[in-house]
Design a protein around this ligand. Structure first.
Ligand code: ZN
Ligand code: ZN
Length: 410
């Protein structure tokens, strides 16, 4: 369990290093009702930092399950106007957003996959404007995480719920560097290290990245024209930095959506909409998925891959060494925020316009010409194993070793 001071430091990190709250700014906290206590700490802290007003957008995963079981497919595809009116308000008022990602990874187990897909498609469509506002850094935002009961029990099976929750707080406290003397300074140093590596990758302007391991991954990922590797702290459109994911260990950029070839095998389970997908492999040719299989959660994978056309290509490649604190914890969190930061990953679907030079000012056609991918989806899946080798290949054919046996060599 964290001490009271550590909890307050955590809230301060989310507000300052994360969303970078500014005086007189409105704040939105988005979280499950189970996270109310921590949300209230963030809200109080926000006023210490000069917030104008704190909104909370409650989620309720248990009600979401009840609705999924009880409501008709038709009803589940009708997103009420007041919800979009609310997010429009948030965009227009340039709020900063703090999401607490926490919940039972199995909450939707046994629900009708067809209904789930229809419902998530409808909500993605309704949220398109808000999603664009976060993906293009129009809003400054961050995601943090705290334990919830069912989730902790999944991560630490076989112990009492209270013990599981305690262990998870300890793990998150360490991963978030809250056990250091000055967590904010520890984060600043961490961010600097990531930026130094991103600069190295940017200087080389690789044409493509090659991934290879014993599990069967042998993939060539072309990179978008004028791509930029980003890490940790990004720049909001208002010129203020923010850190979108806390924790973050990744350095990422956009693949070229027509230049991906080969096969990739997942390294960790993928949790999506309350479903677990595992032991899957995907084959690409000319940037598109041509074949896929999964031993666990095939229907859920199929649901993702039939969202739209763009989901059949990739929108992100991210590199993370195996000695990151999350990877070293050896804990499988069943939550993308942690698991994607424990392992190199790729994402099906949309790329971030910020990962190409001038991307925020480009038309859809221009983005496409650079190889940027468009989709309603952005689903990360983990591919980095302990033995993965990764090379960068430059436009003049020079190969630079980036990873050997799962760790950075540059
Ligand atoms: Zn990522
Ligand atoms: Zn991603």
């Amino acid at each position: 369990m964290l001490t009271n001071t550590q909890l307050h430091n955590f809230a301060a990190l989310a507000l300052r290093v994360g969303a970078n709250i500014q005086p007189d700014q409105e704040v939105v906290i988005r979280c499950d009702v189970q996270c109310a206590d921590f949300a209230h700490i963030i809200a109080e802290k926000a006023y210490d930092f000069g917030a104008k007003y704190v909104h909370i957008q409650w989620r309720d995963e248990r009600l979401a399950r009840i609705n999924m079981l009880g409501a008709s497919k038709q009803t589940l595809t009708e997103v009420p106007d007041y919800l979009t009116a609310q997010t429009d308000y948030f965009i227009d008022h340039r709020v900063c957003l703090i999401s607490i990602s926490a919940g039972d990874p199995n909450i939707m187990k046994g629900c009708d996959p067809d209904k789930m897909q229809a419902s998530s498609l409808a909500s993605m469509r309704a949220n398109a404007r808000f999603r664009a506002a976060t993906m293009s850094n129009l809003l400054r935002w961050t995601i943090v995480s705290i334990p919830t009961r069912e989730w902790a029990m999944q991560v630490f099976p076989g112990v009492e719920p209270e013990v599981a929750i305690d262990r998870m707080w300890d793990a998150i406290g360490h991963i978030m560097r809250l056990d250091t003397e000055d967590p904010t300074r520890a984060w600043r140093e961490h961010i600097d290290t990531l930026h130094r590596r991103a600069d190295f990758l940017n200087r080389h302007n690789f044409e493509y990245i090659r991934l290879h391991n014993a599990r069967g991954t042998d993939l060539r990922v072309g990179l978008a024209t004028d791509h930029i590797w980003l890490a940790a702290e990004e720049m909001g459109q208002d010129g203020l930095p923010f850190t979108a994911n806390m924790p973050t260990e990744e350095i990422f950029t956009a693949p070229h959506c027509r230049k991906i070839d080969g096969k990739v095998v997942n390294a960790l389970p993928l949790v999506n909409n309350g479903n677990i997908i595992d032991d899957f492999e995907i084959t690409f040719a000319n940037g598109r998925v041509t074949d896929y299989s999964a031993k666990v959660g095939y229907d859920a994978l199929k649901n993702i891959l039939t969202t739209d056309d763009g989901v059949l290509s990739l929108g992100e490649i991210a590199l993370i060494g195996k000695h990151s604190p999350i990877a070293e914890s050896g804990i499988l969190f069943y939550n993308t925020l942690f698991d994607e930061n424990a392992s190199c990953h790729l994402a099906f679907g949309a790329s971030y316009p910020t990962t190409v030079r001038g991307g925020n000012d480009m038309t859809d056609e221009q983005l496409n010409a650079h190889g940027m991918n468009r989709s309603l989806q952005h689903v990360d899946f983990m591919v980095g194993t302990d033995d993965i080798d990764i090379d960068g290949v430059t436009y003049d054919g020079k190969t630079v070793a980036l990873f050997r046996d799962g760790e950075w060599v540059v």
